[in-house]
Design a binder for this molecule. Structure first.
Ligand SMILES: Nc1ccn([C@@H]2O[C@H](COP(=O)(O)OP(=O)(O)OP(=O)(O)O)[C@@H](O)[C@H]2O)c(=O)n1
Ligand SMILES: C[C@](O)(CO)[C@H](O)COP(=O)(O)O
Length: 381
């Protein structure tokens, strides 16, 4: 079975208005049509893509597709939606057995919805998504309700509307024109069309206010919360103090390490890399590399924080526990928090630094070194 998506995008978007047709206006930083085409291109069962364009829109289409390296056939559309669909049907690659006809103005179609339509074509020559009408219906005129209208058996139609290729080609060839959608064309030809469950988020951008709704859906979809943990240990050596969270803490020992051995900062840095699934501190700054010998650990932390911003996240919270008998952390915890907050570019109440002993047990109990444990939460709004 070979499935080609026909995306009709030759309309003028008069109801939305603006300086360019709605399918070329931005939605979440990308043109509406770029999103629609990318949605089908990413679907593993869709093997061909035909996009039907207005003859004036070649430059706008090239702009909308910038950065998307996709094999797309384009074809000029007609004056009506069904004329545009007919043009698309004439351009599908040979070997196509099923077509999915979709509005370029529905950019939020999900892979699951596409699957439902394709699956239904195994048992029906046509299949389309729809949502049952749930609100009460009235007929009205001149701002007055005339009468209630039964809602039973009424559906709101969506796209993609899927068909076996020969059946829909014949149906379009026989249709006089003026159909609202391809299901209307198919029914006129006597085809059996299955209804599959639609999706409220699969809205059609029809009026200017639909952009705000679509932006809300995108924000919900893109929201991501991640947690990472980090753990580090450094052994004591001779010295007169340790560096913890960028603060020099007087002590009768120092910490041994390739860098400045800031065990707390290392644990937080690794927790950030962990949340990003971006390796660990040793991968980014190999201990075998002499340039990091004695390095101040804020280099590592700032690198990890930079990766957070590059990936569109922000640090919601970091919690660090230092495990040692001595030095006592309580008196310097405030200074450590302040320095970590400064380095990470976050408010003070988003970073916690605390400490515990291990009740004189194990290597920390024997005062052979310090261990640190961190948890970091990242949010992409
Ligand atoms: N001659 C046409 C008319 C419409 N369409 C496409 O059909 C889809 C659904 O149509 P609609 O939302 O009505 O889009 P427009 O016709 O552009 O909108 P308007 O009626 O507000 O001008 C859109 O992706 C639109 O680009 C098309 O390819 N060719
Ligand atoms: C095809 C369609 O999207 C189904 O809901 C719709 O019929 C086309 O858009 P219009 O707003 O009815 O012109």
């Amino acid at each position: 079975m070979t499935v080609t998506a026909i995306i009709v995008a030759a309309g003028r978007g008069t109801r939305v208005g603006g300086d360019r047709p709605k399918q070329y206006q931005p939605l979440g930083g990308r043109a509406v049509l770029g999103r629609t085409v990318a949605g089908f291109a990413a679907h593993p069962r869709v093997t061909g893509l035909v996009v039907v364009l207005h003859p004036d829109d070649a430059d706008l289409f090239a702009e909308a597709m910038a950065g998307l390296d996709l094999a797309v056939t384009t074809v000029p559309g007609g004056a009506t939606r069904d004329a545009s669909v007919a043009a698309g049907l004439g351009a599908v690659p040979s070997g196509t057995t099923r077509v999915l006809i979709h509005d370029g103005a529905r950019p939020l179609v999900s892979a699951a919805l596409i699957d439902r339509v394709i699956d239904a074509l195994d048992t029906h020559p046509g299949a389309a998504p729809a949502l049952a009408v749930t609100d009460a219906l009235w007929r009205g005129a001149a701002g007055r309700v005339l009468a209630p209208h039964p809602r039973d058996g009424l559906f709101r139609a969506q796209t993609p509307q899927g068909f076996r290729i020969e059946a829909i080609r014949a149906a379009h060839a026989a249709h006089p024109g003026g159909a609202a959608d391809d299901v209307e064309v198919a029914l006129a030809a006597g085809l059996d069309v299955a209804i599959v469950e639609g999706d409220e988020d699969n809205l059609k951008i029809t009026h200017a206010q639909d952009f705000a709704r679509a932006e809300r859906v995108l924000r919900e979809r893109d929201m991501d919360i991640r947690t990472g943990n980090g753990f580090d240990v450094h052994a004591f050596c001779e010295g007169d103090g340790v560096i913890l969270c960028g603060i020099k803490v007087p002590h009768d020992k120092a910490l041994k390490g390739h860098s400045d051995a800031d065990v707390g900062m290392h644990a937080v840095t690794d927790a950030i890399y962990g949340a990003l699934a971006d390796g660990d501190i040793g991968q980014h700054f190999p201990p075998s590399d002499p340039q990091w010998k004695g390095a101040a650990s804020d280099i590592f932390l700032k690198h990890a924080v930079g990766r957070v911003a590059e990936r569109g996240y922000r640090i919601a919270h970091a919690d660090l526990t230092l495990i040692c008998e001595r030095p006592k952390i309580g008196p310097v915890a405030g200074a450590m928090r302040a320095e970590m907050a400064r380095l990470m570019g976050i408010e003070l109440d988003r970073i916690s630094v605390k400490a515990t002993t291990s009740e004189q047990l194990g290597f920390t109990g024997r005062e052979e070194g310090i261990a640190a444990l961190a948890t970091v939460t990242l949010v992409r709004p």
